[in-house]
Design a protein around this ligand. Structure first.
Ligand SMILES: Nc1ncnc2c1ncn2[C@@H]1O[C@H](COP(=O)(O)OP(=O)(O)O)[C@@H](O)[C@H]1O
Ligand SMILES: [Mg+2]
Length: 243
């Protein structure tokens, strides 16, 4: 579903991605882990066709980027740091706006289904600025799936949510992903990643230098896997190799 080969992204003289390779098969739920500044957001923005790689090849859902960005966007749902919602419109009006952008058929029915999917039935007629942060995040997920995309890219979806809101987001993500979608999610929250993801990739030094499938990581073992993956690459440690 997603393939990136030898991806390089530079900002001026700084190389953020340095020959990154990444493959995702249909139905996988990949947790993209890595320290702050590793390039996770940059990489997701390239997959979402919101930024161009300096070098390398990207294919998403069988289309090449950046040439076929329009086809890719139709198959993608993206949740980024900004919720991309209009606070002075109602939840329904927001979904109507984004549904029309994507030319969604039977939109009123689709909106009812999406509001139910994200647990906002009964709140669709309220202004988004009256929603809690957790409700806004769930509506943002509704917005991201309104056109029934095959692939979801989620950048730190739990940021700023309290415990209850995070638990609700867990339920929503489970439902949304149970529909057979392919998901790539960045997260600092290793407990949630361990629960949700079928695979864990660690982005450090501009590449994916460690990857493990869910079966390979013991319960509660993601923290240890992550620490190992990151610390073996710090300069001055045994086995360190600078790229
Ligand atoms: N538009 C930009 N211009 C210059 N530097 C950028 C830009 N976007 C990101 N960076 C830099 O790229 C690095 C990776 O950032 P980012 O992708 O946001 O990392 P992460 O999401 O893993 O925390 C950081 O050092 C950041 O400062
Ligand atoms: Mg980021």
């Amino acid at each position: 579903m997603i393939s990136a080969r030898n991806l390089v992204k530079r900002f001026g003289l700084k190389s953020v991605l340095r020959g990154l390779d990444f493959e995702v098969a249909e139905g996988e739920f990949v947790g993209l882990l890595g320290p702050n500044g590793a390039g996770k957001t940059t990489f997701l923005r390239i997959l979402a066709s919101l930024a161009r790689p300096s070098l390398g090849r990207v294919e998403v859902a069988g289309f090449s980027l950046p040439e076929q960005a329009a086809q890719v966007r139709r198959r993608l749902g993206v949740l980024s740091h900004q919720p991309l919602l209009y606070p002075d419109l109602t939840g329904e009006e927001n979904l109507t706006f984004f549904g029309r952008l994507y030319n969604v058929q039977n939109l009123p029915e689709r909106i009812r289904n999406v509001l139910a999917l994200v647990g906002l039935e009964g709140r669709g007629r309220d202004l988004v600025r009256t929603y809690s942060r957790g409700m806004q995040q769930r509506l943002a997920i509704g917005r991201a799936v309104i056109h029934d995309p095959d692939i979801l890219l989620l950048d730190e979806p739990y940021t700023g949510l309290d415990q209850d809101a995070s638990a609700m987001l867990d339920d929503v993500l489970r439902k949304v992903t149970a529909e057979g979608r392919t998901v790539v999610m960045t997260s600092h929250d290793l407990v949630r990643a361990q629960d949700l993801c079928s695979r864990f990739d660690v982005l450090t030094r501009g590449r994916i230098l460690a990857s493990a499938s869910r079966q390979d990581v013991p319960p509660d073992g993601l923290q240890a896997f992550y620490r190992r993956s990151v610390s073996s690459l710090e300069p001055g440690r045994a086995g360190a190799h600078d790229g």
